[in-house]
Design a protein around this ligand. Structure first.
Ligand SMILES: Cc1cc2nc3c(=O)[nH]c(=O)nc-3n(C[C@H](O)[C@H](O)[C@H](O)COP(=O)(O)OP(=O)(O)OC[C@H]3O[C@@H](n4cnc5c(N)ncnc54)[C@H](O)[C@@H]3O)c2cc1C
Length: 91
């Protein structure tokens, strides 16, 4: 399988890259073992613009929802012991 882009890691950078790659219709493989990256260790995050306060876990869940909302027509979850991945083909 040939991809335009492979993103490793579900932290803020990886999630943002996945959303914008989807908007540009890149054929993308997104690989992550978890969502949120370092954010999940924060009990509360304050003043994320538009949000007064939320927990790291809530932010991680939002990242996941935002990425999956842009996953496109063809989503292929796969699992191995350490990774979860979503592959997206152009619409
Ligand atoms: C306690 C704490 C409090 C913080 N508070 C704030 C704050 O208030 N405001 C703020 O702006 N920033 C804060 N930060 C910093 C912020 O969390 C980081 O800047 C941000 O998470 C970086 O995002 P990232 O996506 O670049 O990397 P990361 O969040 O580090 O995410 C990288 C992801 O990639 C995964 N990964 C790495 N290598 C591989 C691999 N080989 N295979 C698969 N997956 C891999 C990791 O497991 C991780 O999930 C805080 C950080 C900590 C630890």
């Amino acid at each position: 399988m040939l991809y335009d882009l492979i993103i490793i890691g579900g932290g803020p950078a990886g999630a943002a890259a996945a959303v914008y790659a989807a908007r540009k219709r890149l054929k993308t493989l997104f690989i992550t073992a978890e969502w949120g990256g370092q954010s999940v260790v924060s009990e509360q995050i304050y003043n994320w613009i538009g949000t007064v306060s939320l927990s790291g876990n809530e932010l991680a869940e939002n990242f996941k929802k935002h990425v999956l909302a842009n996953a496109g027509d063809w989503r292929r979850p796969y699992h191995n012991p350490t990774q979860v991945g979503w592959a997206r083909s152009p619409r």
